[in-house]
Design a protein around this ligand. Sequence first.
Ligand code: SF4
Length: 184
Amino acid sequence: MQRSGRILVVCHCLLNANAKVRPLAAYGGAHLEALRPWLEQGVGLFQLPCPETACLGLRRWGMTREQYDHPAFRRACRGLLQPVLDQLAAFAADGCEVVAVVGMDGSPNCGAFATCAGFLGGEVSSPATRLDDQVAALRIAPGRGVFLEELAAALDAAGLDIPFWAVDEARPGRLRTSAESQPE
Ligand code: SF4
């Protein structure tokens, strides 16, 4: 019996950098630096859908958490997560250990411990809301992205106790395992 019975749930772009907003992406396809140790241990990877690509496609602008934090978008996230929850529950019932959910820190949707904030509002071409002011207001803020927040609530409701970890692209190759931890 070769199967490890262990699964790591990863945000979509950890296996497919092409889903990221252009020109983001510090790697070509899969984030091997972060995932190789787990692959070598025989841990299976379960890829989450990318909520931004699913809802806005690949021609989207980069946005902040405030912009995604809307009931309709959260409903869309819950819809995307329904089959995910069904499958994770099936793996758990089959005796698999779901080791962790690995998010992407800094993302407005998939950040586990850090997200992107600072929306000022309005037309970026207007003198009242200038683009450079908007750019200057952007910041990495502590907290979870919208999609992972919905996933955490759904896991909780399903009685699945799975820790959240994260890749920090500023310090690639190691995973953060708590809000306090540096990449290990
Ligand atoms: S929404 Fe999540 S999966 Fe999609 S590109 Fe952003 S971090 Fe990656």
